[in-house]
Each structure stands twice: as structure tokens, then as C-alpha cells.
Write a protein that binds this ligand. Structure first.
Ligand code: AMP
Length: 133
């Protein structure tokens, strides 16, 4: 079981943003920008391009809704999208609120992100996600 499957199962705590039958979104614990979110399929597949066409496209549609919720809460110009997958062998999309290129620099993470601020962001984005219907 991957660490992300354990998060989805509730065995490991996370700053949850959104969930449906097939996908789960939560804040990255080492964010490069405030609101940095991971979108993962509940299905355990390592490499994103090994997902079926249907799961891959549904995942991007789910991410689109999460991005809309993020953009309504976090001041930013756009929500950037990245896929690395070098650390955790469970496919995921990084959604990162950005105003400038440097906001998406994976070499510069926010040091010791304040848990209260992370929880506040997650609650607000979750609320915005739910309101999108
Ligand atoms: P990568 O697989 O290269 O896309 O990187 C995995 C990402 O998952 C990194 O940005 C980590 O900070 C993030 N990550 C790892 N463990 C957790 C966790 N328990 N909760 C939230 N994010 C995590």
C-alpha cells in the first residue's frame, strides 16, 4: 500500500481538499507555494501515463474543479500543473497557485509550513470545492 493509499484510507492524516469515488486531493506537506495540492487516483498505479485513458481524463477533470476552488481562495494568477512522480510511486498531479515562474520551483519549498495556516487553507478550499457542486 502506498503512502497516498494510506492517506486516502485515513490511516495517515492529511489536509484534505476534496474527494469523489475515484480521486482524492490534499495539500502537499512540503509545499512550494501556499495551496500546493496533490490530486491522486484511488487506484494504485505508479506512472501517470500507465493509467487508462478514461481514468487519466477523469483525473484531469477532477483536477480542474480543484484548481477552480484553489484559485477562488488563494490569490494567484493561475494554477500551475506539474507531474513528477519521482518520490512517491502513486500517480499524482501537483496543482500549484502561481503568480510568477519562481512560485513553481521545486527546489525551493516553504520551510516548516505553519500547520494552522495549512489547515485554514484546506478548510477554505474544501468549502469552495463543495460549493462548486
Ligand atoms: P513526486 O513523487 O516527485 O511528485 O513528489 C511527491 C510529493 O508528495 C512531494 O511534493 C512531497 O512533499 C509530497 N508528499 C509526500 N508525503 C506526503 C504526505 N504524507 N502528505 C502530503 N504530501 C506528501
Amino acid at each position: 500500500m502506498t503512502i497516498f493509499s494510506r492517506i486516502i484510507a485515513g490511516e495517515i492524516p492529511s489536509y484534505k481538499i476534496a474527494e469523489d469515488d475515484n480521486f482524492f486531493a490534499f495539500l502537499d506537506i512540503n509545499p512550494v507555494s501556499w495551496g500546493h495540492t496533490l490530486v491522486v487516483p484511488k487506484q494504485e498505479t505508479d506512472y501517470i501515463f500507465d493509467l487508462s485513458d478514461e481514468t487519466l481524463s477523469d483525473m484531469m477533470v477532477f483536477a480542474k474543479k480543484v484548481a477552480a476552488a484553489l484559485k477562488s481562495v488563494i490569490p494567484c494568477r493561475k494554477v500551475g500543473v506539474a507531474v513528477l512522480g519521482l518520490e512517491v510511486p502513486h500517480a499524482h498531479i501537483h496543482l500549484i497557485p502561481i503568480t510568477k515562474e519562481g512560485d513553481m520551483d521545486f527546489k525551493h519549498k516553504i520551510a516548516d509550513p505553519d500547520p494552522a495556516r495549512m489547515a485554514d487553507i484546506a478548510a477554505k478550499v474544501n468549502d469552495a470545492f463543495e460549493k462548486l457542486g
